[in-house]
Design a protein around this ligand. Structure first.
Ligand SMILES: Cc1cc2nc3c(=O)[nH]c(=O)nc-3n(C[C@H](O)[C@H](O)[C@H](O)COP(=O)(O)OP(=O)(O)OC[C@H]3O[C@@H](n4cnc5c(N)ncnc54)[C@H](O)[C@@H]3O)c2cc1C
Length: 375
């Protein structure tokens, strides 16, 4: 029997698994290799911090989904690929042979360029480690009588949503001694977003008592402060690093063709440019039509990946995919309000949060009853 290995339980692979639960892949042994038994839907994570959702509401149960799809679950991490022998080497010492491989392992935290950040900051990725560390951070905040200074380094959507979410939690739980600062490399937060929403975000941060430190490039961290290219260091009690997505090193090291940053280059069929029996989707992939690293495109790649993996295994023609040029971004601001951007357009308000909440819950519901035809 031939074998398809799904590496990583990311946002595209959950769609592949849900499809297999509806219609198995005859004649193929399918395996899922991923370190955690659940996949956190990152769009809802700030809502967990803010206290809007229990963590279970933000998690897709991967082992249950795999079981419904008759896919064997390997709770470990892929560490190296031997492309010549078509083998995946895993952190638990096992090696899995594959005839086809699909990679949806997401990015890693971009910490390599910032000395000291791995030791002294709490990165938002891997998300499971962030979730594990969050209660310890809360205990530290609660255990300190004097002012506690939390610095969020990185002013992209994730950093901004986290800042608003923590501020909301502090307001509802009475952490009046918590003082939050967001540091960004640009003049305004949310690089890449329409100017109106960037200005609005800066105003909103100020209204919530969150300090915005603009146009500062961090060069290193020590145990108590961030140091910058210019100007004074910024002291902190804790620092959360949300400095963007970097590529894992193992795909390039294995000989898969990557882009200059190390992301797996794929054709419009999602097949590796260098190894057509290897597919990649989500943030780990460098699409033929370049798109920002975002959950939106990982989710959108899911149905295409599911269709093309099946077609490849059944020796049928593969479909080509051009990711949409614009994506809807929904950024929650902690108080059950949110901002939306679509190309140059933007909206904000309570209704946007309810819209986001509906979209997020609808996405999660697809995986509640894997195998039911409601998908
Ligand atoms: C706080 C936060 C909020 C965000 N909010 C949004 C948002 O609102 N909208 C949006 O579009 N984007 C958002 N993002 C970005 C979004 O999280 C990513 O773009 C998205 O997760 C990418 O999906 P993915 O499937 O590529 O990877 P991931 O979601 O990272 O999934 C990767 C999976 O692979 C597993 N894995 C990792 N390494 C290995 C390995 N070596 N071997 C096997 N398995 C492995 C992981 O455990 C995980 O299950 C947010 C990010 C953060 C941190």
């Amino acid at each position: 029997m031939k074998r398809l290995v799904l590496l990583g339980g990311g946002h595209a692979h959950v769609h592949v698994l849900a499809g297999l639960a509806l219609q198995p892949l005859a004649g193929w042994d399918v395996r899922l290799v991923t370190p955690y038994r659940r996949q956190i839907y990152s769009g809802m994570l700030p809502g967990w911090i803010a206290g809007h959702y229990p963590i279970e509401a933000c998690a897709i149960t991967l082992d249950r989904l795999a079981s419904a799809a008759a896919v064997a679950f390997h709770p470990t991490e892929g560490q190296a690929l031997d492309l010549a022998h078509r083998a995946l080497h895993c952190a638990d010492g096992s090696a899995l042979h594959f005839d086809a491989l699909s990679i949806d392992t997401g990015p890693v935290a971009a910490l390599h360029a910032l000395p000291g950040s791995a030791e002294h900051a709490l990165p938002v990725r891997p998300i499971e480690r962030f979730i594990e560390a969050w209660p310890r951070l809360v205990s530290r905040i609660l255990g300190q009588c004097r002012r506690f200074h939390l610095v969020i380094l990185g002013a992209g959507a994730a950093g901004i949503e986290l800042a608003f979410a923590v501020q909301r939690r502090a307001a509802t739980d009475g952490w009046s001694h918590l003082y939050i600062t967001v540091v960004g490399a640009d003049d305004l937060p949310l690089p890449g977003a329409p100017a109106a929403i960037r200005r609005r975000t800066a105003r909103l941060l100020a209204q919530r008592g969150i300090t915005w430190v603009a146009a500062r490039r961090a060069t290193r961290l020590d145990a108590t402060a961030i140091h910058f290219e210019q100007g004074d260091a910024l002291a902190f009690d804790a620092c959360v690093a949300s400095t963007g997505a970097a590529a894992p090193t193992w795909p390039g090291a294995s000989g898969l063709l990557t882009d200059a940053r190390g992301f797996v280059r794929v054709r419009s069929t999602l097949q590796s440019v260098s190894h057509p029996h290897v597919f990649a989707a989500g943030d780990v992939a460098a699409y033929a039509h370049e798109r920002p690293k975002s959950g939106v495109f990982a989710v959108r790649a899911g149905p295409v990946l599911a269709r093309n993996l099946r077609a490849w295994c059944e020796a049928r023609a593969l479909a080509r995919w051009t990711p949409q040029a614009r994506a809807l971004y929904l950024i929650s601001t902690g108080d059950k309000h949110a901002m939306a951007t679509w190309g140059g357009w933007s909206w904000s308000g309570r209704w946007v949060w309810h819209w986001k909440d509906r979209i997020d819950r609808q996405f999660m519901r697809r995986f509640d009853n894997p195998g039911s035809p409601g998908l």
